[in-house]
Structure formats: C-alpha cells, structure tokens
Design a protein around this ligand. Structure first.
Ligand SMILES: [Zn+2]
Length: 149
C-alpha cells in the first residue's frame, strides 16, 4: 500500500513544510487581498455608467483612483469589514474624519436605508473570527462579483 514510510522520512516532511509555507499564506495576507478586492467592488458598484463617482458623505466628485472604501462600522469589526451595507465610497478626507466623527455617515446611511445603522451596530457586537478558509472563499466570491459588476 505504501511505497515509502512518510512518517519517518524527515526530508520529505521538511520539504512538505516548505511547500505549505509557500502555498498557505498567513491570515493577514488573505485579509489584505480581500480588502483590495472589496474596495474595488465598492468603487465599481457606485460608479455611474458615465464614470462619475461621488463621495458618500460630502458629495464631492471623485476619480476612481482617489475614491476609498469607507466603513460606517470600523474595519476592525471583521463581521462587517466586507459588508456591502456597511460600506460606501468616500474621499480620503471624509474617510479619515469618520474615525472621530461617524455622525455624517450615520445620518446619510440611515436616510438611504432606514433602520440599517442600528442593525449594523447590533452585528458589530458579535465577535467574528473568520477562518483562513472563509476568507479564501470570500476572495473567490469577490473575484466573481467583480467580473459580473
Ligand atoms: Zn468626502
């Protein structure tokens, strides 16, 4: 059945470790990749047919590359980090200001979808610890969404 005794073959195990290190990246790298794709998706979703794009909280026209993915509930809440309900396009100034003053985003979002801000705040109370597998799955979902958007 077995051609080799893998269990005792140190060289094979070392080689396997080396391969896994290359194939399985650390979790923060997957998070970074999901962030990059999600930001792209948010900007694509809110880009008008003629290419116009506006900051959600100051209504300033933006070019695609200066637009950012702004989060109503902070990115540190992993349950909402890649939530379409929680994110809109923002300019750099508004996105930075949001950390100290979330009120504008809250009011505009609440006006757009009544009741959503309290729902999101509720979700933010849950502790989310996505696994590497879940984030890999998210990455492939984001890739296919980007293709169809
Ligand atoms: Zn703005």
């Amino acid at each position: 059945m077995f051609t080799k005794n893998y269990k005792k073959n140190k060289a094979t195990r070392a080689k396997k470790k080396e391969i896994l290190k290359k194939v399985v990246k650390p979790l923060p790298e997957y998070i970074k990749e999901a962030d990059r794709l999600f930001s792209k998706l948010i900007r694509k979703i809110y880009t008008e047919a003629d290419g116009a794009l506006w900051c959600y909280t100051c209504d300033r026209p933006l070019v695609y590359n200066e637009a950012q993915c702004g989060h109503f509930i902070s990115r540190s809440e992993l349950a909402l980090r890649w939530s379409l309900d929680n994110c809109r396009v923002q300019c750099n100034a508004c996105n930075s200001k949001h950390e100290t003053d979330p009120q504008i985003f809250k009011e505009v979002l609440e006006h757009e979808i009544p009741g959503i801000t309290s729902q999101l705040q509720e979700i933010a109370r849950l502790v989310a610890k996505p696994t590497r597998g879940a984030i890999i799955e998210l990455i492939s979902e984001l890739k296919s969404k980007l293709k169809e958007t």
